[in-house]
Design a protein around this ligand. Structure first.
Ligand SMILES: Cc1cc2nc3c(=O)[nH]c(=O)nc-3n(C[C@H](O)[C@H](O)[C@H](O)COP(=O)(O)O)c2cc1C
Length: 447
């Protein structure tokens, strides 16, 4: 969640982070609960600020003798809403997904692992983090709880009594006050409505016996796709602003990138739901693959479902495990148009739409699951960002796209499947007018 670089152009200087964010606005806040201390992460300083210290005994009882700590994420919608209006809610959720994957990768660097704790409701989390403490917030913008994760060498155990920790947080002594970001605010009533509609009630804990075994790989073994897990690679992740429109991607590399989206592999082992997001790809420049529209399904059963609801003229020609050619044609113009006329969608190796199972998922699980669909998209994006860096190329998340037009192109109607996020990858064209410095001063002396 920290800074990865400072960029400068003439008088202007801005920071980039390990996790990307729509418009570089970073609505996601991170917290740590460690040794009974509730700590807020300050990225600029790479330091933690103590918000509260709870009863150590209750914390110890919660851990039950196991090694680990908690990390939590929240969103400040206003950070995105001042610029993007009602789209801000979705972008905040994408960002949470990117952050979950970034944290899971970070845990893996230490040979540790991380999983979300679905038992904790939004209300529990608000109390634990103190974001419901109006007395500390004053006139500052609202901060909304997103998720809580357990981090440790093993996380396949259930922590102890949640209610006791929530009560300990409530009665703790709190320090600090939130900053006010803006003097004036536009009201985006729909953001408040969707926030309420997707309020998470918490779930019963899964018994230890039913929890899948999690992957804990030692440093450098590379459980993430085919690349070695390296600090440098994580810190060099950037969004491309333009692609060269020429360079091609080797077919094997492309296929290995897709296989890194295996729902059973890290970072997807951090989440507690089966895959709901699959890809509609617009392939432009992959060696040995005819340009066109492709489907990549992360779960085999989806093929029959998609065949039944997508355009009848699609070929469904198998290319590799999970990958099907639907329509061989030059899709550069269409991809560009679908992603709000952004050239990054047509000038790279490929761009894609992440198509989520929407209606049935919300009906079966509850409206709160809407947020998690975006988290899954963000996690896919984070893996592809890192895969791009490992391949000597670059990627960019695309939050601006025309979903109705994507659905029309694929032949989708109704709300069963919905495009929730776009993404692109290619050979970047760097802007050499910008200078780059490390995220933190001590890294200057280290290099
Ligand atoms: C959810 C999301 C949506 C984004 N949408 C776009 C987009 O539509 N067009 C674009 O050029 N960049 C887009 N980006 C890239 C951001 O602008 C970029 O992440 C941000 O400027 C920070 O830069 P960095 O990724 O190099 O750290 C998006 C990023 C995210 C995470």
């Amino acid at each position: 969640m920290g800074l990865s670089a400072w960029k400068a152009y003439r008088e202007t200087r801005w920071a980039l982070r390990v996790n990307p964010s729509s418009g570089n606005l970073h609505p996601t806040e991170a917290y740590i609960v460690h040794d009974g201390r509730i700590l807020h992460y300050a990225p600029r300083e790479h330091a933690v600020e103590e918000r509260a210290v709870m009863s150590f005994d209750r914390w110890q009882a919660f851990l039950g003798g196991q090694e680990g700590f908690l990390v939590a994420l929240t969103s400040i919608h206003w950070r995105e809403a001042w610029k993007y209006g009602e789209r801000a809610f979705r972008y905040c959720q994408h960002d949470v997904g990117h952050a979950i994957a970034a944290l899971r990768v970070s845990a893996a660097l230490f040979g540790w692992t991380l999983r979300l704790l679905p038992e904790w409701s939004d209300d529990d989390l608000s109390t634990l983090l103190g974001v419901d403490r109006d007395e500390d917030r004053g006139d500052a913008e609202a901060e909304h709880p997103e998720c809580l994760a357990l981090v440790g060498p093993s996380v396949s155990w259930n922590p102890g009594d949640r209610a006791s920790v929530v009560a300990a947080a409530r009665s703790a002594t709190w320090l600090g006050r939130a900053n006010v970001l803006s003097r004036g605010h536009d009201q985006w009533e729909i953001i408040e409505r969707v926030t309420k509609a997707t309020h998470y009630p918490g779930q019963l804990p899964t018994p230890n016996s039913q929890r899948p075994t999690l992957n804990v790989e030692p440093l450098g073994v590379g459980p993430f796709g085919n690349w070695e897990l390296r600090r440098e690679l994580i810190l060099q992740r950037r969004s491309a602003v333009a692609f060269d429109g020429r360079t091609t991607l080797p077919r094997e590399r492309f296929l290995s990138m897709l296989s890194a989206l295996d729902p059973g592999a890290p970072p997807f082992d951090a989440i507690d739901w089966p895959p709901h997001v699959h890809l509609a790809l617009f392939v432009h420049r992959v060696d040995g693959l005819v340009p066109g529209v492709y489907a990549y399904v992360r779960e085999s059963g989806v093929v029959d479902e998609w065949r039944a609801v997508m355009r009848p003229e699609f070929l469904w020609e198998p290319v590799a495990d999970g990958l099907f050619l639907l329509l061989p044609t030059d899709v550069r113009w269409a991809a560009n148009r679908l992603s709000c006329d952004q050239e990054i969608a047509s000038d790279g190796f490929f761009s894609l739409g992440m198509i989520a199972r929407l209606e049935s998922a919300l009906r079966e699980r509850g409206q709160w699951f809407y947020r998690r669909l975006f988290w899954e998209c963000g996690m896919i994006g984070q893996v592809l960002y890192l895969e791009a860096e490992a391949a000597g190329s670059r990627a960019t998340g695309i939050g601006c796209f025309y979903d109705d037009a994507v659905h029309e192109l694929l032949g989708l109607s109704g709300r069963a499947w919905h495009s929730l996020y776009h993404f692109s990858m290619g050979k970047p064209v760097d802007d050499f007018r910008l200078t780059t410095e490390p995220g933190y001063i001590w890294e200057v002396s280290a290099t």
